[in-house]
Design a protein around this ligand. Structure first.
Ligand code: NDP
Length: 452
């Protein structure tokens, strides 16, 4: 029948696209429902435009060291407006590319907001919540992702969330960023390198919960060296003024005036309009719980990516989508490997890790059972200018098995290097394996195989 499908995917983000294309490649009849732009958070308002801004801002930062390489840039002009325009053009190109990929895969794309009528039927609504049409499927995959959380304080609607950063024409002189997580640290560094004065307000007394505390404290010092002002143990209580002339008050009574405020205080699943109740899908703390097959409590309804209670990272959502379709449409059952998921924060300098933090390793193995190796140095790329961030590398080893259980890095190319280290760790590499690997000189990562 015309409006009957084997699979309906709600959300055309990284996870939904991966699942839809993989299922269609096995011959399944697939429909994707998307209310916004195809590409989702990662491509449209997350990883991709963010990383392009990281490259742009680093480029500006590197200009400070040009003199040491004999480059005279006395009349250099920085045009942030142009950078933002070019980032948006690239995002549009990728958006079109993903729409084309769907069509080439034989997936039917419906623009509109999906809403459950029952566990097999989805109504597609327009922006006025009017039903455009109803479609049905044996299986429905929820891949709608998440959206930023706004603080529940007076005036919070005057602040930006991360989505808003990408639609600006240019940036004002001074921005207050609230949060100490991924997004807050990444944007603090990007905007600082683009010449914006940054005050970052963090409710804990350290950055980046979940990362190795020693690594995050090195990052903190590097960010402070770049004149990012970090206020720890500050909880915003209200926002006053209007865009251009705002102020944030924190619980100590202190006021921070600025031109704009960015709230980077976490994300939550975007389930508001789905009407999960009528489909019988249960949530816990606003997240959809799933089993090892990504099935919800409701027969035939599945969920992947940031809408679930699992790890919220793009590659995890993509793999969950592919595993789902391999299992149900390709007759190739397999499981997602959640061990040794590498993570990076594209701060400047960037940090990346795979395995356990020192705090987690102590809990799991006991302090007396760990060997910890670390090294900190100025990379050769900054040897001539004698300025710029250092590198910090750290290995955590289980004394008993000699396996490396945590590998951490701060410094240039950290994410690229840790991606490769993740292969070794997941294969069970020991410190001896690292030590018996020949160094590649002169590099930063050779320190991982020459550490005492
Ligand atoms: P995070 O959870 O990383 O950080 C949220 C920050 O906001 C934390 O410092 C948190 O403090 C703080 N916070 C939360 N609630 C409040 C509050 N009421 N008042 C004051 N501070 C508050 O979330 P992000 O928004 O930075 O990023 C969302 C997710 O997106 C990440 O977890 C990650 O999964 C993904 N992401 C991944 C990236 C990457 O892979 N490079 C880049 C960007 C995002 P506390 O620590 O005390 O909870």
């Amino acid at each position: 029948m015309k409006d009957e499908y084997d699979l309906i995917v709600l959300g055309a983000g990284s996870g939904g696209l991966a699942a839809a294309k993989r299922a269609a490649s096995y011959g399944a009849r697939v429909a994707v429902v998307e209310g916004d732009k195809v590409g989702g958070t990662c491509v449209i308002r997350g990883c991709v435009p963010k990383k392009l801004l990281v490259y742009g801002s680093q480029f500006y930062d590197n200009l400070d060291e040009a003199e040491s390489f004999g480059v005279n840039l006395s009349n250099t002009q920085i045009n942030v407006q142009k950078l933002l325009e070019n980032v948006r053009k690239e995002v549009s190109r990728l958006n079109e590319l993903h729409v084309n990929f769907l069509s080439k895969s034989g997936v039917e794309l419906f623009y509109g907001w999906g809403r459950f009528c029952d566990s097999n039927t989805i109504s597609i609504l327009d922006e006025h919540k009017k039903v455009i049409k109803n479609i049905r499927a044996k299986r429905i995959l929820i891949a709608v992702g998440g959206k930023p959380v706004r603080l529940n304080i007076p005036g919070s609607e005057k602040a930006w969330i991360s989505d808003d950063v990408f639609i600006q024409k240019s940036f004002p002189e001074k921005i207050v960023i609230v949060g100490g997580g991924f997004i807050a640290c990444e944007f603090a560094c990007i905007l600082n390198s683009l010449g914006v004065k940054i005050v970052q307000i963090v409710r804990r007394n350290y950055l980046l919960r979940g990362f190795d505390k020693e690594v995050s404290s090195v990052l903190q010092k590097e960010m402070q060296n770049k004149n990012i002002s970090i206020i720890f143990e500050g909880n915003p209580v209200r926002i006053d003024g209007k865009y251009g002339e705002l102020s944030v008050k924190i619980d100590s009574g202190e006021d921070f005036s600025c031109n704009a405020i960015l709230l980077a205080t976490g994300r939550r699943p975007f389930i508001d309009g789905l009407n999960l109740k009528d489909a019988g899908v249960l949530t816990l703390n606003g997240k959809i719980s799933v089993d090892s097959n990504n099935m919800t409590n409701s027969q035939g309804i599945f969920a992947i990516g940031d809408v679930t209670d699992r790890i919220n990272l793009t590659p995890v959502a993509i793999e969950e989508g592919r595993v789902f379709s391999d299992r149900f449409y390709g007759n190739k059952p397999r499981n997602v490997n959640y061990d040794f998921v590498p993570k990076a924060v594209f701060s400047q300098p960037e940090i990346a890790m795979v395995g356990l933090s020192e705090e987690e390793a102590i809990q799991a193995y006991g302090k007396e059972n760990l060997d910890i190796h670390r090294t900190k140095f100025r990379p050769m790329s900054h040897a001539l200018s004698k300025q710029g961030p250092s590198c910090f590398l750290k290995l955590l080893v289980d004394k008993d098995s000699e396996r490396i259980i945590g590998c951490h890095m701060l410094g240039e190319h950290s994410a690229e290097i840790i991606q490769m280290a993740a292969i070794a760790l997941q294969m069970g590499a020991t410190k001896k394996d690292f030590d018996s690997t020949m160094a590649l000189h002169p590099t930063i990562s050779e320190e991982f195989v020459t550490m005492n």
